[in-house]
Design a protein around this ligand. Structure first.
Ligand code: BES
Ligand code: ZN
Length: 854
């Protein structure tokens, strides 16, 4: 135990001194890529101290002095402990308990690694090179910009002053209170005091930006800032932004906690977006969009990200987790709220239906031996960074949705509103949330949820008909590589729907033992264990119940059909269901109309495509054509007037599946024609179709097509168009073109995108081996240039390298090459690779026959 404590202490700052208010001044010199700063921090000293310890890294601290309330000054000597990211200020005497002011002067470099204060280069509307400076502090990089108590529960108020070139726009967390012309081409901008908040939420953007006129949202001025020439792409973000502000004020019953809200699109950004209070930053694709040209999914992405970050203004900024082990409180909740908000914004998008794919994504990681509990111990910065993953976000949001459905929408909402009101301006841990839910719903939320939050994995719930209306439900952990010794068990909230003698009834069950028997009062005509798939578990039916379900597919909603396909596919990967059964099941979905259910069908077939021997691939392609061909024929290539918005997504999904996975020559030819027409007359092609044909053309493209894609990428008029052609470049399969794309990723492509492009090259049957060779050959260079979180994304494609020899080479390389903050994520990818190898070895020999018989 002593060691744990020592390690803890090594990373946690002493509590003898606490910050109350930071007055920060930054002088930002973009040309020189440097900044200098000064802080006067009001601190409360709790016991006599002769040193003050705070966080700082890669900063030069020039001077330190502690002023007492009586005006006495204690000079301090500064020692930097770079390894622990700390500065120790040794005072010339002892500071007495009470309030003091700590005065520090410091300076640092403006780097290009997309963290701390960093620079971002871009081409202005006039074609000239420009640079801006922006910040990204979460989780632990505020200490790269100013010495501070960089821990989420050291909340303080902030006033910021910025000195910069007079031509620059300067944005911080709060309203501008005064601008002073300092002469010699510089100005000083002073910002209002913020609420009490954590250091990771402080933000600063300085650059030659364009800012939209404020929209008044019930008294809150809402604006979008972006590089010049792109403000015409801001309307949709303003619309969802206004919707989200109103939606969340109502949901939480608490007004927006800052005086203004700016949403800032940055040309370089490591993540998707960041919830800095009042100054939310985004990558351009997540904020700027042309609704007339974007695919529905591209628009949905903007709505998602805006809603997610604005949910954080309450859940995260106003009420914050005590420490990084509790980051799921922030991120799972913001994800859950994002879905609620977007579902209210565009009900026709069926956002909770498409979320099923994300839930399945979380399950595919959570079924690994290398998974972790949602809440997990965190000591140092690398461990904090490693927490931002699919378990925190997607599993976390899924279990919140499971709880909400189980206790009911309104009791859940009132509980959350009480939680926000009770803990405003303060910090919480998970128990505080369950206290609020228990008080608000009368349900034993803590006991139920503890089994989901503090334990990794999830159950497989088996349903077995015992006759006379008796159904046995039992649970066992779901693993791809089964482990009989695993005795984990969950408190599983089950919403079950059954039809007995034609009468449909719902049953609410808490399965808190290994198994239980329920009585339906008669044998069911059919039975769905996981109503609408809200439960975070997979289901297995015995042969009778499974047969009944297949005969009554029309009784299932889209989420239940999704679950049936997804559960069967996962069970097949685990070796518990024969491939024949999976193939027979997906063959029942030719008439499916929901794009999310189709995506489950196609992703199952895509998994088989990775395993199938080349001689048998035509059988797989024929199956894809048999299923998706008639579905596309029914829809046609042109949207019908009055067609549901999601139908466009379905059309695009089918075109892409037929053109790539199905190798359908007719579809490929139509795609090529359509793309040519799109180039000369973009308005004549539906945006969703346009997105799909780009992918089809690229997968079969030659040198001329490549040149065209490159030109389109460089000259794109919207961020979405730019990404389509960029990722199109990664889909060209000829070796010399793969080489060119890799070279672009090393040089021209922004570091926020390049790792994803390389990841895409690796994740492809044709190009994977070559791309892996290039990646490993340049590893050190790539890792030095790319943000660490994206290095994991770059490696995602290794799962496709599933021949035994390739896999062995991958493991050998990764045994000696890693990045500190992504170790668990990389271990999970390696385990998924092993599963893919095992699946291929086991199933490839008989896949051909299964596919031909379907
Ligand atoms: N707080 C995160 C951004 C973040 C992620 C900071 C990782 C530090 C480390 C932000 O709220 C977020 O979750 N952004 C997502 C997008 C969102 C819509 C899921 C992202 O960046 O991917
Ligand atoms: Zn978030």
């Amino acid at each position: 135990m002593a060691t744990t404590l020592e390690t803890d202490n090594q990373y946690r700052l002493p509590r003898s001194v606490e910050p109350e208010h930071y007055a920060l001044t930054f002088k930002v010199d973009i040309e020189a890529s440097s900044f200098s700063g000064e802080s006067r921090t009001q601190v409360r000293v709790y016991e006599p101290v002769s040193e003050i310890v705070l966080n700082a890294v890669e900063l030069d601290i020039h001077g330190a002095e502690l002023m007492g309330a009586d005006g006495t000054a204690l000079p301090g000597e500064i020692t930097l402990d770079e390894g622990n990211e700390r500065a120790i200020i040794t005072l010339s005497g002892v500071a007495a308990p009470g309030t003091h002011s700590l005065h520090l002067t410091f300076s640092g470099a403006i780097g290009d690694r997309l963290r701390g204060i960093y620079r971002s280069d871009f081409t202005g509307g006039d074609g000239l090179a420009r640079t801006l400076a922006a910040t990204q502090f979460e989780p632990t990089d505020a200490r790269r910009a100013f010495p501070c108590w960089d821990e989420p529960d050291r909340k303080a108020t902030f006033t910021t002053t910025v000195i910069a070139d007079e031509a620059m726009v300067v944005i911080a967390n709060s309203e501008v209170v005064e601008v002073t012309d300092l002469g010699n081409g510089t100005k000083q901008v002073e910002f209002a005091e913020t609420m009490r908040m954590s250091t990771y939420l402080v933000a600063l953007v300085v650059g030659p930006l364009e800012v939209t006129e404020p929209v008044d949202v019930d008294g809150v001025p809402l604006r979008v800032a972006c590089v010049p020439g792109k403000a015409h792409l801001a309307d949709f973000a303003l619309e969802i932004g206004a919707h989200a502000l109103r939606f969340f004020s109502r949901y939480f019953g608490v007004p927006y906690p800052a005086g203004k809200l700016d949403m800032i699109a940055l040309p370089d950004f490591a993540m998707g977006a960041m919830e800095n209070l009042g100054a939310v930053t985004f990558r351009e694709t997540a904020l700027l969009v042309d609704p007339a040209r974007a695919t529905r999914l591209e628009l949905e992405r903007v709505a998602d990200v805006v809603a997610h970050e604005l949910a954080h203004m309450w859940f995260g900024d106003l009420v914050t987790m005590k420490w990084w082990n509790g980051i799921w409180l922030n991120e799972a909740f913001a994800t859950f709220m994002e879905l609620l908000c977007v579902d209210a914004f565009r009900p026709e998008w069926g956002r909770w239906v498409s979320f099923a794919s994300s839930r399945a994504g979380a399950m595919s990681v959570d079924a690994l031996a290398t998974t972790r509990p949602i809440e997990f111990p965190v000591r140092n910065p690398a461990e904090a960074e490693g927490m931002f993953d699919v378990l925190t976000y997607q599993k976390g949001a899924s279990v919140l949705r499971m709880l909400e459905r189980y206790v009911g929408e309104d009791p859940f909402r009132t509980s959350i509103a009480a939680y926000i009101a009770d803990h405003a301006y303060a910090n919480t841990d998970t128990a505080d949330l369950w206290d609020a839910v228990e008080a608000g719903t009368g349900e034993p939320a803590r006991a139920t949820m503890d089994s989901w939050i503090y334990q990794g994995g999830f159950p497989l719930v088996s349903a077995e008909s015992l006759g006379n209306g008796q159904i046995r439900l039992s649970q066992k952990r779901f693993r791809y590589l089964d482990d009989d010794a695993d005795t984990s068990s969950w408190q599983v909230p089950i919403l079950l729907r059954a039809s007995v003698g034609g009468a449909v009834a719902r049953h609410r069950i808490l399965l808190d033992e290994k198994s239980t028997v329920i009585d339906l009062g008669g044998d069911p005509d059919w039975l769905v264990v996981n109503e609408s798939g809200w439960g975070f578990f997979r289901t297995r039916y015995d042969a009778t119940l499974a047969g009944a379900l297949r005969d009554h597919l029309s009784e299932l909603d889209a989420l239940e059909r999704f679950g049936l396909v997804s559960d069967t596919a996962a069970s097949t990967v685990a070796g518990a269901t024969p491939v024949d059964e999976l193939v027979a099941l997906v063959a029942l979905f030719a008439d499916e109309t929901d794009p999310t259910v189709w995506s489950a069908v196609l992703s199952a077939l895509g998994y088989l495509d990775r395993a199938v021997n080349d001689v048998d691939r035509p059988a797989l392609q024929a199956l894809v054509q048999r299923l998706a061909g008639p579905a596309l024929d029914r829809l046609g290539w042109q949207p019908a007037s009055g067609e549901a918005e999601r139908t466009r997504t379905l059309r695009a999904t089918l075109i892409q599946a037929l053109g790539v996975l199905g190798a359908d020559e007719t579809v490929a030819a139509t795609a090529a024609e359509t793309h040519t027409r799109f180039l000369t007359d973009p308005a004549s092609v539906d945006p969703d179709v346009a997105g799909a044909v780009v992918a089809v053309v690229a997968s079969r493209g030659d040198d001329d097509d490549y040149a065209l894609f490159l030109e389109r990428f460089r000259a794109a008029s919207t961020p979405q168009q730019e990404m389509r052609y960029l990722f199109g470049l990664a889909a060209f399969e000829q070796p010399r073109l793969v080489e060119r794309t890799f070279e672009l990723a090393r040089t021209e492509i922004r570091s926020q995108n390049a790792p994803l492009v390389i990841g895409r090259l690796v994740d492809d049957r044709q190009t994977g081996a070559q791309a892996w060779g290039l990646l490993t050959g340049h590893w050190d260079e790539l890792v030095a240039r790319y943000p660490e979180n994206l290095v994991e994304r770059m490696l995602e494609g290794i799962v496709a390298l599933s021949t035994p020899d390739q896999a062995k080479a991958v493991h050998r390389f990764l045994d000696t090459h890693t990045v500190a903050s992504r170790q668990r994520g990389i271990a999970q990818l390696r385990e998924r690779l092993d599963i893919a190898v095992a699946f291929r070895q086991r199933e490839a020999p008989r896949l051909g026959a299964s596919l031909a018989d379907a």
